[in-house]
Design a binder for this molecule. Structure first.
Ligand code: PEP
Length: 250
């Protein structure tokens, strides 16, 4: 079922105390909302976040998984470890993982398959770089990122997927895609999924936008018909801003 979502990606920020303080602010101030609120602290704080949010409708999400089930992969975190601390959703394919850790489509597909086998939900991130947009190849790039990954899934797997369109040139840069630019890609992706799978799958799928979403631009972006919410980086580190963004999606 298509949902409105606002997910905060805290990246490699915050100490344990800062994490707890931010969670407490959200607990006290998010209030009743139809929006599915998610937060993604760093690995060491996931269990604390799950415990703190036990009776609260805010889901804790991992920022990454390893593509192997278990074993000799020093420094890595497995899907089973996440489930054992109460985390049932993970980001996959964030542009920072693609750029700094060279995660390509082949690896991302392995991660997607393992997450699904492990019964995790996925927020799958994709999006073009500035050079792609400048050369007007953004539709082709987005299509190929999806073709090489989620388009290979079977129909029933889509229940476990949220897509996050995150143009790389808009992430952490202060440069936001206009609401029309976001809508154009979201509509293209939804139509493509409709063509390849079904009307129901396309219609039930949440496609969220990420890239310098702030309280000042969230309403306009979230009002677009194919934008179901946002993946928020910088602004999610400030509880007031994050709460305003959640309210913008009501
Ligand atoms: C992100 O990291 O997913 C993101 C969208 O970051 P920011 O909001 O800071 O651009």
């Amino acid at each position: 079922m298509r949902k409105k979502i606002v997910a905060g990606n805290w990246k490699m920020n915050n100490s344990l105390n800062e994490t707890i303080n931010l969670i407490n602010d959200l607990k006290q101030n998010v209030g009743r909302t139809d929006v599915k609120v998610m937060i993604s602290p760093s690995f060491p704080f996931l269990k604390t976040a799950v415990d703190q949010l036990k009776d609260v409708n805010i889901e804790v999400v991992a920022q990454n998984i390893n593509d192997n089930k278990s074993g000799a992969y020093t420094g890595e975190v497995s899907t089973d470890m996440l489930k054992s601390v109460g985390v049932y959703t993970t980001l996959i394919g964030h542009s920072e993982r693609r750029a700094y850790y060279h995660e390509n489509d082949e690896l991302l597909l392995k991660k997607i398959n393992l997450a699904l086998e492990s019964n995790l939900n996925i927020i799958f991130c994709f999006g073009e770089e500035l050079k792609d947009r400048k050369s007007n190849s953004h539709f082709d790039i987005v299509k190929s990122q999806l073709d090489n990954t989620v388009m290979k899934l079977d129909a029933k797997s889509w229940q476990k997927i949220v897509l996050a369109y995150e143009p790389v040139w808009a992430i952490g840069t202060g440069e936001t895609a206009s609401a029309d630019q976001a809508q154009e890609i979201h509509e293209f992706v939804r139509n493509y999924i409709l063509e390849k799978f079904s009307h129901k799958i396309a219609n039930d799928l949440s496609i969220i936008y990420g890239g310098s979403v702030k309280p000042s631009n969230a309403v306009e972006i979230f009002n677009k018909k194919d934008v179901d919410g946002g993946l928020i980086g910088g602004a999610a580190l400030n509880s007031n801003d994050f709460i305003q963004i959640i309210k913008a999606n009501n």
